[in-house]
Ligand binder design. Structure first.
Ligand code: PRP
Ligand code: URA
Length: 208
């Protein structure tokens, strides 16, 4: 699991427990997912490059900083949308690409239905966002697509990762770091993460 970085924080653990709880309503699930994502943004973006720029305080000239790299956020529809706003709150000038994938319930293979991206991904830091990394099929397909579009610097931010998904990504995309709030035990026979939090998209959008 060398590509996986589990972000440990008491507030993340508390929020993850609220997401796991079956009695949490969709309204609260959305609020908590946003808050937990905000806590993760800090670590996922820790290595962003800065450029120096001079500025004037009310008292004197000093050195300030601006981000030097363009950031492209890519939520995987639908569930990734639940994490997007938290990123945009911190990086309002980020561009956003969308990729629509759903998992076929029988084969568990991803089926793509939508893609819309900024023109040039080659010089940007691309953050793929999706709360669930289960078999890894959806994330792997999304990363493959990003690479076809010339993306070179890709990272994945999920919330719950399964060992099976981490292993698949390490095999197929060893260059992509994975940031998660937790590494869960395993998948069940229907491809759900255990103990997990259920179907993230359904819980966010109330389509249970
Ligand atoms: C969920 C989740 C991931 C995918 C993970 O999406 O948001 O995209 O499953 O599973 P995998 O690692 O086995 O591919 P889902 O297919 O349920 O679509 P939805 O977000 O529209 O509900
Ligand atoms: N997708 C989800 O939303 N939840 C899981 O447990 C697995 C895939």
């Amino acid at each position: 699991m060398k590509n996986l970085r589990v972000i440990e924080h008491p507030l993340i653990k508390r929020d993850l427990s609220l997401l796991r709880d079956r009695t949490t309503t969709s309204e609260d699930f959305r609020i908590v997912l946003k808050r937990l994502t905000s806590l993760m943004v800090y670590e996922v973006t820790r290595d962003l490059k800065l450029r120096s720029q001079e500025l004037e305080t009310p008292l004197e000239r000093t050195q300030g900083y601006a981000t030097a790299e363009e950031l492209i956020l890519v939520p995987v529809l639908r569930a990734g949308l639940g994490m997007l706003e938290s990123y945009l709150a911190f990086i309002p000038n980020a561009k956003v690409g969308h990729i629509g994938l759903y998992r076929d319930e029988t084969t568990l293979k991803p089926v793509d239905y939508y893609a819309k991206f900024p023109r040039d991904l080659s010089k940007s830091v691309v953050i793929l966002i999706d709360p669930m990394l289960a078999t890894g099929g959806s994330a792997s397909a999304a990363i493959q697509y990003l690479k076809q579009k010339e993306a070179k610097n890709i990272r994945l931010n999920c919330v719950v990762a399964a060992p099976e998904g981490v292993a698949l990504l390490e095999k197929e995309h060893p260059d992509v770091p994975i940031f998660a709030a937790v590494l869960d035990r395993q998948l069940n026979s229907r491809g759900y993460i255990m103990p997990g939090l259920g179907d993230a998209g359904d819980r966010i959008f109330g389509t249970l």
